[in-house]
Design a binder for this molecule. Structure first.
Ligand code: PEP
Length: 255
């Protein structure tokens, strides 16, 4: 059975104190309210990672992610943070290929393949984001776009390494816009992604891959989205900054 996951992406929000306070609320709510096996991942800015990783040490099913790593092992890359550095403070996951990094920082599929390699090399698990822009959806080419992102970003991996990857389908037009893909639109793409993985690897690998949906997910739309056959949870931006909303999304898997 593939894992159900709800991951929060705080992006570049919250100072140190605000982040620690939000994380503390999340941990308390998880302890009190979560009854299933769903995994909760909180992807904070770098400044919070070490502290929240310690706070989550003995909390079942709560793990920490960073929002990026540099592709190099170490060296003269002023302002960057490496995979081994985030690993050393207790991080387990790394978001890669987020559309904001692709759009604003020029991250290409080739660069993301390098980042995926260094992430896995240091025992971290990528949350690899893929998704089409509004123009790509409207032109009907979105299946090709998504397939290319998979082929060039992660399909070079061995089956063993690919098994450590979590995928997140995030239509760019739905991120932070309040426009959510309908459950049918999201399910259609998730099924396509799973079929593409089966063709590249095998049916078992496809069946075991956790594929998250991301894009204006909230407590009202999460139950219908997560009930779709191929949607295994969510990558949550805005709603992950409010502990109550985030937990209500996590609790969709309590039932
Ligand atoms: C995201 O940034 O990954 C995201 C899904 O953001 P939002 O939930 O705010 O649309």
């Amino acid at each position: 059975m593939r894992k159900k996951i709800v991951a929060g992406n705080w992006k570049m929000n919250l100072n140190f104190e605000e982040g620690v306070s939000l994380f503390s609320e999340i941990v308390n709510m998880v302890k009190d309210e979560v009854v299933g096996d769903q995994e909760v991942i909180v992807c904070t800015p770098f400044i919070h990672l070490s502290t929240v990783a310690k706070m989550s040490e003995n909390v079942k099913n709560v793990n920490i992610g960073s929002q990026n790593v540099h592709q190099a092992e170490s060296g003269a890359y002023t302002g960057e943070v490496s995979a081994s550095q985030v690993k050393s403070v207790g991080v387990e996951y790394v978001i890669l290929g987020h559309s904001e990094r692709r759009a604003y920082f020029g991250e290409t599929d080739a660069l993301l393949a390098e980042k995926t390699n260094v992430t896995l090399k240091h025992g971290l698990k990528p949350i690899f984001c893929i998704g089409e822009t509004k123009e790509e959806r409207e032109s009907g080419k979105f299946f090709d776009v998504i397939k290319n992102q998979l082929v060039n970003g992660v399909f070079h991996l061995s089956k063993e390494d690919f098994a450590k990857v979590v995928l997140a389908y995030e239509p760019v037009w739905a991120i932070g816009t309040g426009l959510t893909a309908s459950p049918e639109q999201a399910q259609e793409v998730h099924a396509f992604i799973r079929e593409t993985i089966a063709n590249q690897y095998d049916a078992e690998t496809a069946d075991n891959t956790t594929i998250l949906y991301g894009g204006s997910c909230n407590p009202s739309n999460a139950p219908t989205l997560f009930s779709q056959k191929d949607i295994d949870g969510g990558l949550i931006g805005g709603a992950s900054l409010k502990s109550r909303d985030f937990l209500d999304i996590v609790k969709v898997f309590n039932a």
